[in-house]
Design a protein around this ligand. Sequence first.
Ligand code: XUL
Ligand code: CO
Length: 439
Amino acid sequence: MTTWFPDVPRKIKYEGPASDNPLAFRHYKASKKVAGKTMEQHLKFAACYWHNFKGTGADPFGGPTLFRSWNEGSNPMDVAFQTLEAAFEFFTKIGVKYWCFHDRDIAPEGSTIRETNKNLQQIVDRAEQYQKSTGVKLLWGTANLFSHPRYMNGASTNPDPLVFAHAAAQVRRAIDATVQLKGTGYVFWGGREGYTALINTDMKQEREQFAAMLHMAIDYAKKAGFKGKFFIEPKPKEPSTHQYDFDAATCLGFLREFGLMDHFQLNIEANHATLATHSFEHDLQVASDAGMLGSIDVNRGDQTVGWDTDQFPTNLYDAVAAMLIVLKQKGLKFGGLNFDAKVRRNSVDAVDLFHAHIGGMDTFARALEIADHMIRDKALSNPLKERYAGYTRGMGRKILTGKATLPQLETWAAKQGEPEHRSGRQEMLENIVNRYIFG
Ligand code: XUL
Ligand code: CO
């Protein structure tokens, strides 16, 4: 077997917090038990195919900077096969148990749908073999419905039904690929499912078209034997000016409106939540509160810029907040933590992919331990319980159980007089979080 990563001769190991080896984990120890499960079981890390293996570093102001050995070659299918080999070498050496792909990352589009399908099938067959020999599993698959010029006005939300049909063909085959590779999730991220100008857009109909596609996907997946969950991945904008899957709350409204709640959950991405002017934890909490947090694209944005920088997650505060929510809902059954993140355009060496994932995996491993410690100590849940205690008895309880009326409440308020002037204790609670984080 060719070695695509000669700088990393063997699997990355756990060496403990004191290690100064840049190619070692300091906190992520796959077999370490936390709250009755191993870190590997809790965290379900996935590496993504697109940024790691197909990212070129190009931006609107300059062309490629990341020249990867596996992307060299003149025959697109040869390149696809060697990229797949490199990818599985990477997954094995970094020690992620899962991967994620778009159809077009793994196999090139042909000149006809037939040829495209053939290309995809050949790569999926090979991927199935690699999965068997390495034990790496598919977390989720998806179709790229945003790069090809035909999708410039949207995919399922396109004004032209023929474009809808091309998208449908892709979704069908991407579901087949996901089923064959035993993926537990299938993602819809609608980068072009939105508009750039309302003046030429029938928003009401476009949302109906989008729902029609999702219903067709459910019907098809049932027949194809898909046992996993569909995920919608919210994002407010970029590339479209306005995207229909704006944020978690908008997606939940959409799923409820079109009768899709039973088959879908949400895949929350940190940098998408912040683009929607929420925090990462806000969108996770919205999804989790609705019983709809299915998977997470872990990354981070840059506070100083307003676009999707997709950096690797290294912020421990954000990761702890995320793990508190994940642990409280008892994990991610169908999903996991997918590093939808890319190295910077000047991180030009293949070894940088390892540094990036090590950083992300160590951050979430540490966050898992901290969050578990906080939950065991009820560090935040006790103060929260205390803050809302009034609703567990008397009139508070009546409000929540639908037994109170406006006149009754008026009488009660008049009798009780002014409420106690109570502190929210935000600073004290922030210090509690720091106590666990500082150790
Ligand atoms: C784009 C994004 C996508 C989805 C999959 O911002 O996050 O890569 O995760 O289509
Ligand atoms: Co994503």
